[in-house]
Design a protein around this ligand. Structure first.
Ligand code: SOE
Length: 383
């Protein structure tokens, strides 16, 4: 069996989650290739060595550029803040490495365009690139996609999507990189809204063509990370709300916030079609609610599907029905799909073109918000 050497760049929250998935994927799924955890990269020498040992990487490096020159590295997984995605991804693709890049793909449309172009060039020589929209790999949501694809919802009319967190409610929470535009690109919009946009377009199989948005920053100054006595400006949105039109006529409402007191990771989505509806909340991620409006009205109603049956997406490799999966499994599924795509020389989904489409929608929302919430066609945002 072929072996693929992996380098992971970044070792904070996402680096730890991805490491777990790399450790697990080959032990759970039957794969045509075997991933090998070659090297973990990070800027802080001591910390990256410590984390490499803890997370199961054979080596550590504080120089990702040197790692790209290695013949035993075939895949580069990027888990750094958004300001370095474009440089690392395009360099890796040019060096002939397959790339997995965390979402949002980039901090701007221009960067995302360059990345999608680099991915197109690389694909011609069998090199693949994927964006890490992990929620597509929640079994209940992959099942939702299957039901919609089968036409069980009929004509899609509404997409209602919310991503609710509350970790910024306390005004004393520090000014981390996620609150700085030059590092993160945007705030709740890019961090949480990006997931919603990707998921909505993936589930309904349709693109958002225009948006009308509103963003706000509730706490404009926060304590510095290394000196709580001093404060600095928050330069990203704390909350982003927008309405959207899909090409085939569906209407969408979207809300992304870090101020939904009591909501920890409430990614909710409800889709209403002419013959049925689906509803999902990540805080109960093994469940999908389905209403089939073609059933007799007397007994129809939302039913709770526990998406843990062996014939549900990804489940045949896991535990018996009812033995629930969690957040980390979505990342293991993501790697399964990436490795199968690489081995079969097919384009993984979502590819960088899909990441670019999301970026264009985010950009359109920002432009709309900056222009008194006027409607912005997504194409206009992309120019
Ligand atoms: C932080 O808000 C965060 O970790 C996001 O960056 C992730 O993409 C999301 O899955 C959970 O929340």
């Amino acid at each position: 069996m072929n072996t693929l050497g992996v380098a992971l760049v970044g070792h904070a929250f996402m680096g730890a989650v991805h490491s777990h998935a790399w450790r697990t994927v080959g032990r759970v799924f039957d794969l045509p290739v075997r991933p090998e955890m070659v090297v973990l990269c990070g800027r802080r020498k001591d910390a990256v060595h410590e984390d490499a040992a803890r997370f199961g990487w054979a080596e550590a490096s504080d120089d990702w550029k040197a790692v790209l020159l290695r013949d035993d590295v075939h895949v580069v997984d990027i888990c750094t803040p958004g300001d370095s995605h474009a440089e690392i991804a395009t360099s890796a693709l040019e060096a002939g490495k397959h790339v997995l890049c965390e979402k949002p793909l980039a901090n701007s449309v221009a960067e995302a365009v360059a990345m999608a172009e680099a991915a197109d060039r690389a694909r011609r020589s069998g090199i693949q690139a994927m964006v890490g929209f992990n929620y597509r790999r929640v079994p209940a949501l992959a099942l939702a996609r299957e039901l919609i694809e089968q036409g069980r919802l009929g004509q899609i009319r509404h997409v209602r999507a919310q991503y609710l967190q509350d970790w910024l409610v306390d005004p004393r929470a520090p000014l981390t990189w996620r609150l700085q535009a030059e590092r993160a690109g945007s705030g709740a919009l890019g961090d949480l809204g990006a997931h919603l946009v990707d998921l909505a377009q993936f589930l309904v199989g349709d693109d958002i063509i225009s948006v009308c948005g509103l963003v706000d920053t509730f706490v404009p100054e926060r304590p510095l990370v290394d000196d709580a006595e001093r404060t600095g400006p928050v330069t990203v949105d704390d909350a982003a709300l927008f309405t959207a039109r899909f090409r085939d006529g569906a209407l969408g409402t979207f809300e992304a916030t870090r101020y939904a007191t009591g909501r920890k990771n409430g990614l909710r989505i409800e889709i209403n079609g002419s013959t049925g509806s689906l509803a999902f909340d990540f805080e109960s991620m093994n469940e999908l609610s389905f209403h089939d409006a073609t059933e007799p009205a007397g007994t129809a109603g939302f039913r709770r599907i526990l998406a843990t049956e062996p014939d549900h997406p990804y489940l045949s490799a896991w535990y018996p029905p009812g033995h629930l999966l969690g957040y980390e499994h979505t990342f293991t599924h993501q790697l399964r799909d990436l490795l199968i795509a690489i081995a079969s020389r097919t384009t993984p989904s979502p590819d960088f073109a899909a990441g670019l489409r999301v970026q264009r929608v985010l950009d359109a929302v920002q432009r709309s918000a900056a222009h008194h919430s006027r409607w912005i066609p997504v194409e206009e945002a992309s120019r």
